[in-house]
Design a protein around this ligand. Structure first.
Ligand code: FES
Length: 104
């Protein structure tokens, strides 16, 4: 389990967090929703902490795979096609009284 202050994860930011010895990132989308993913992109291990938040999704800085808050990975092509990729592990992320709690 890991805890951090809500204000540490502002809208549009990505924050690294260690949970039970495993590296993850947590981000907050435009709508305030919190998402999580393992720190290393399942495509080619790019650090997802270097990604950017677009809407409620995290987009990998490597080759543009996107991750939604439900653990789905996909690639949007230039032509608008959405290619699903494998699902990823997510954390159970809860927020109350200004504290975010993340558990595996
Ligand atoms: S390493 Fe993340 S999309 Fe390629």
């Amino acid at each position: 389990m890991s805890e951090l202050a809500s204000e540490a994860v502002r809208i549009g930011t990505v924050v690294p967090v260690e949970v039970d010895g495993h590296d993850f990132v947590i981000w907050r989308g435009d709508g305030g929703t919190l998402g999580s993913a393992p720190s290393w992109c399942p495509h080619l291990d790019w650090d997802l902490g270097e990604g950017r938040v677009v809407g409620d999704e995290l987009v990998c800085a490597g080759h543009g795979w996107s991750f939604d808050c439900a653990g789905h990975a996909f690639k949007r092509t230039e032509l608008g096609r959405v290619d699903p990729k494998d699902d990823i592990e997510t954390l159970r992320v809860e927020e109350a009284d200004g504290v975010i709690t993340a558990t595996r």
